[in-house]
Design a protein around this ligand. Structure first.
Ligand code: DSN
Length: 440
């Protein structure tokens, strides 16, 4: 980054610090990953300079020959990898992509969206009341069963009673298989569209490490930066089944993305998506995707051996949700202590969580990033040991029951533990490990 160094050493220095941080820590947030240098090069390319409102061969600006080439390349690769007849690679990210589907198919304040409640592991854009999806459309959420798994009897009951126009299957904190076929049957029984949001598991779906929703859903949405390991962005796909239900579905969705919701696509992002999709077709990617699942299962089993309570009882994908209620601990201080020890996770609600999202009862972790670095089952065991040591260190730090006492508690907790010797010693051990597994 020689030009940046000359022009803006201040920004360069912050970027350098972030690279160092990413390199030093165990990055366990399941929605994050490390892209390849090739993806970063395409993302930083001169396509940044271009405007190209419209779609290939139908643009509102001149000079788009090569933008067309790269957008068509990304579309073709997406269609091939996921086995769909139509792909739109323009959504800026997952939230606009889901919103575009609603804009395409629903009448505001009238039609219903049925998605997993955010508190149970859905996404903001699956009908949460604080998001446009719940404010502009009627949301009829479903929840998980007491066992932390999808409860299809309950889902079917709500679907039959509420008759949503769109059912969303796809989750941000669900550690088990997504079971698309059952969702497909329920959606078909009420003539609803099934939108599969595979953002978290797209890399696994692309390689067969998780079942594909394509035979069951009408629309498939994925972000491109999670297990798929591309730049930030999203792809909206229409399946054969979608075309059969609604021959104009692809046209409606394309129009909703542009001009309905977005202006000019980010062509540098499109180029980087094309690169990521090329990488996703190779053998090493398949091996990486399989290893993500093996690592997640190994980490889950090591955590269970240490008596951690895992929501849903284990992991079938890339993700694990630790329920801290049996330890009488809270996700907010635990996530902080883990970060001091060099283990980056995020606090998360668990099913039937009695606590609010800022002080939730869980910790969400996942294996995509550490798998990209080349770590395997042996390293997962070590990671589980460190998590256990951190949690043991703070086991007496109970979050106050009274709401007004929580913020002062957390402030004091952070002051007390940010330089804690034991946690810092673990972070040194973590660095010994991460040094052996360089980031791309
Ligand atoms: N924010 C993402 C996640 O962390 O799961 C979902 O968009």
């Amino acid at each position: 980054m020689t030009s940046l160094k000359k022009t803006d050493p201040e920004t360069k220095s912050i970027i350098d610090s972030e690279i160092q941080r990413q390199s030093d820590v165990l990055q366990l947030i399941p929605s994050e990953n490390y892209t390849s240098r090739a993806v970063l090069e395409a993302l930083g390319s001169e396509f940044t300079n271009k405007y190209s409102e419209g779609y290939p061969k139908k643009r509102y600006y001149q000079g788009n020959k090569f933008v067309d080439d790269v957008e068509i390349l990304a579309q073709v690769r997406a269609k091939k990898i996921f086995g769909v007849p139509h792909a739109n690679v323009q959504p800026y990210s997952g939230s606009p992509a889901n919103t575009a589907v609603y804009l395409a198919l629903l009448e505001p304040l009238k039609n219903k969206i049925m998605g997993l409640s955010l508190a149970f592991g859905g996404h903001l854009t699956h009908g949460s009341p604080v998001s446009i999806s719940g404010k502009y459309f009627k949301a009829v959420p479903y929840e998980l069963g007491r066992d932390g798994k999808l409860d299809f009897n309950a889902i079917e009951k709500i679907a039959k009673r509420e008759r949503p126009k769109i059912i969303v299957c796809g989750f941000t904190a669900y550690p088990r298989a997504f079971e698309f076929e059952k969702f497909g049957e329920i959606a078909d029984s009420i003539n609803a569209y099934l939108l599969a949001d595979i953002s978290h598991i797209a890399g696994l779906v692309a390689t067969g490490a998780h079942e594909s929703p394509v035979a069951y859903a009408h629309i498939v949405m994925t972000t491109t930066h999670k297990t798929l390991r591309g730049p930030r962005g999203a792809i909206l796909m229409v399946t054969e089944k979608g075309f059969k239900k609604d021959p104009e579905l692809a046209e409606k969705i394309d129009k909703a993305v542009f001009p309905g919701l977005q202006g000019g696509p980010h062509d540098n992002q499109t180029a980087a998506i094309a690169v990521a999709l090329r990488e996703a077709q190779g053998k090493p990617f398949k091996e990486y995707a399989n290893q993500i699942v093996r690592n997640s299962k190994a980490l889950a089993s090591a955590l269970i051996d240490f008596d951690f309570d895992l929501s849903g009882g284990g992991s079938d994908n890339h993700l694990i949700l630790i329920d801290l209620q049996n330890l009488n601990l809270n996700g907010a201080p635990v996530a902080f202590a883990l970060e001091v020890a060099g283990i980056v996770t995020n606090k998360n609600t668990v099913p039937f969580d009695p606590m609010p999202p800022f002080y939730p009862s869980g910790i969400r972790i996942g294996t995509p990033s550490v798998t990209t670095r080349g770590m395997k089952e042996a390293e997962m065991k070590k990671i589980a040991e460190w998590i256990k040591e951190v949690v043991d260190k703070i086991k007496d730090e109970k979050l106050p029951k009274k709401r007004e006492d929580r913020a002062p508690f957390l402030k004091e907790f952070k002051a007390k533990y940010s330089k804690n010797k034991k946690l810092l010693a673990i972070s040194k051990e973590v660095q010994q490990l991460t040094k052996q597994f360089p980031i791309p």
